[in-house]
Design a protein around this ligand. Sequence first.
Ligand SMILES: [Fe+2]
Length: 176
Amino acid sequence: MNATCKHNLNEDVCNLINTQINKEYQMFYSYLQISNNLENEENYLPNASKFYKTMSDEEKEHGEMWSKYLINRGGKICLQQINTTEFNEHSNDLQSYFEYALEQEKQMNSSLLELHSKANDHNDIHLCNFIEFFFNDQVDAQRKLSNLINILNKYTSLGNDKYGEFHFDNYLKTNK
Ligand SMILES: [Fe+2]
């Protein structure tokens, strides 16, 4: 019989970690699509594009961190299909991108809380500690995005949305 490192890893918890991995990669893909949309010639808001590329890179890194974690605990990874249709329309509505991102981050926070609660139910202290690393990131991301939406609103309330977006993009250059 082969040795295994698996210990105190509940099956439901393992499934939730897999759900978490898939959510991280879904966000990685969605933010990458937004970044590409903002880089193209019709929209061309390069600093907003960079902002979403950084967010996308972070989500990919989270997906990899969770994957490594599950493997180290003796679990198996089950990757699912990623939905690519949401932002393939190449919308240029900057406000809707930021509102979407804020909503995604709040949903991510909820799923981390659910996972933490499940880990607690099964006395999985190691997993609880690991999840807690992500909570600071979530709070910072939510605060940053809500600030940016409010600042974007100030620029675009001048009556010319494209002009406002252009200035907001310049604002992002020096305030990341
Ligand atoms: Fe994440």
